[in-house]
Every structure is written in structure tokens, then in C-alpha cells.
Design a protein around this ligand. Sequence first.
Ligand SMILES: Cc1ncc(C[n+]2csc(CCOP(=O)(O)OP(=O)(O)O)c2C)c(N)n1
Ligand SMILES: [Mg+2]
Length: 338
Amino acid sequence: MAAKKSAAKANASADELKAHYHDMLLIRRFEEKAGQLYGMGLIGGFCHLYIGQEAVVVGLEAAAEEGDKRITAYRDHGHMLACGMDPNGVMAELTGRDGGYSRGKGGSMHMFSKEKHFYGGHGIVGANVPLGAGLAFADKYRGNDRVTFTYFGDGAANQGQVYETFNMAALWSLPVVFVIENNQYAMGTAQKRSTSTPDLYKRGEAFGIPGEIVDGMDVLAVKEAGEKAVAHCRSGKGPYILEVRTYRYRGHSMSDPAKYRTREEVQKIRDEKDPIEHVRDLLLTGKHASEEDLKAIDKEIKKIVNDSAEFAKESPEPAIEELWTDIYTDVVPQEAQA
Ligand SMILES: Cc1ncc(C[n+]2csc(CCOP(=O)(O)OP(=O)(O)O)c2C)c(N)n1
Ligand SMILES: [Mg+2]
């Protein structure tokens, strides 16, 4: 992985490192639990796990400020947890229950939180990219200094609408950070089999959008790059691209025969680059935390995740009448802006 290494390592405080460890571990354990519930038949439909990519959202959320927005594709549970959405509501939605963020009617790919400025959750590859620019347009129009994080994958980076969006975002200097989560695969297709110019951070050059490559297995490097990108956008200079090199450990979705890569390839990255182990090492070797401190965090996370699964199982399925609700909005857009 040729991505830039963190120069900020020495500058991270013990509390910051512990918070990153906590937040990444929450995503990992939550996703493992979701995988189990899927195996038990409690989650139906699609379910795309984020395991391996945790440092991307945790690093970027550490660079975000209150009021900033985020939008992503379908591998979205990590983004929800990292921006502070309630694990109970996410797990209940995965299991199609009334206590879920979309009252059990959206599932894994369709959750939203107005409170946390999380705009989904989108299943059509690339389609969330223009929506992200639209969110940024709204902020620019209103004259505030908010920034929108628009996440998409290496596969999505080959979609036409991404470039129409780049053009308009640059033309109108929209405050949007385009985060390309390059996990090196689009379903079963390796990037080298599908992509003529693999340096995705350069894809904005034709539109005058600066970009940089980031080591997505290093949460501190992600945070540092995120802060730079956000400062660029917030100061009115327009969009910025971060190509974050990462890796997904699990299949594309829960039904993936995984014939397109070897177990050894996955194991090697897990052994050498795991983002959670990396922070764990920094904490222990820097004597910022003891094994006991980390065990206490592990225990806390286990409880949050187990509680979310219990909450989900106990929450009822939506009532049959709910089939007819939440289809059209009865709020006129201007009023919704208040
Ligand atoms: C327009 C469109 N084409 C194809 C698909 C089928 N599809 C779903 S996910 C995916 C791969 C996308 O890969 P990437 O953008 O790298 O995201 P990742 O799954 O790696 O997070 C494809 C082709 C789709 N959902 N939408
Ligand atoms: Mg991908």
C-alpha cells in the first residue's frame, strides 16, 4: 500500500487514541454480531459488512464538526455508528423491527438520521454522489460553513454521474469532501481488472479538484488528511478528494462465494495492517493504556452490542398498517429547512 503514513502519531493524546480504539471496536463487534444474526435468519435481504474499513469513518468523523453532513452507499453501518447513531436503532432496522431507524421498513441500506445529519444508505452504485453534492449546495446556498462527506467505493468511482458531479461541485465551489473508500474490490472484481487509471485521487484533476491518497488502515493518517480536506472546503475553496486505501475482510455481502481472492491475501492484511491492532499497539507501547484498560473497553463494547441485539429481537415487527405510511412526505420543503 503506497498511501501516506501518519505524521501525527506522536501528537495523538491517550484519550484520542482510546476514543479511536473504542469507536473502531464498536463497529467491528457490531458487524460481527450482525453477521451472526444474519446467519440465524434474523436479518433478511442485503447486508454488507464494513469489517476492515473501520479507520476510514472513525478518522474522518474525528475531523468533522457539529452540523457537518454525511452520505454513503450500502456498506453503511460503520458510518452510522461513527457519527453517533444509536446501535439499538441500527440493529433493529437490520432485523426489520419497529424500533429501527426506518421503523423496520428500510433495512441495512436505507437508514437516515436527521439529528446526526446522516443522509443514508443508498443501494444504487454512484447515486449518492450527486446527492452529496446537493447537500453541500444547500449549505452553500444558506451561507453556513458546513461540509458534506460523500463516501463512495472504488467501483463507484467508475460511474459517469461521479464526473458530472465533480464538474458541478468544482464549478460552484461546493463544500464537499469526496471520500473514495478504495477497498480494492467492487463485488468480485479487483480494481486492477476494472480500472484504467488506478490512482483515484487524481480523478478530479480534469475539474481542478485537489486530491490525495491516504492510508486507510491508519486512523491517525485518515484524521489528519480529513482535517486538511475539511479546512479546504470550509474556507470556501470548493471540493476535495480523499482516496482512502483500505480493505474489506468479509465478502461483498453475506452471499459471496469469495472465489476472486485467496484466504492468504485476506489473512496477510489482517496480520500486518489491521487498523484496530494498530491503535492497540500505539496505546500499549506508548504506555497510554494497560491491558486491563483495553479489556474494560472490550467489555463495554460487548455489552452495547449484545444489548442492541436484544433490543432488536424484542422489538416487534412493524404493524401491517405501516405498509401505507412513510411513502409520501406531507412537509413542504421550505418548512423542512427551518
Ligand atoms: C448502478 C449499479 N450498478 C451495479 C450495481 C450492483 N453492485 C452493487 S455493489 C457493486 C460494487 C460496488 O463496489 P464499490 O463501489 O467498490 O463498493 P464496495 O462494495 O467495495 O464498498 C455493484 C456493481 C448497483 N447496485 N448499482
Ligand atoms: Mg470497493
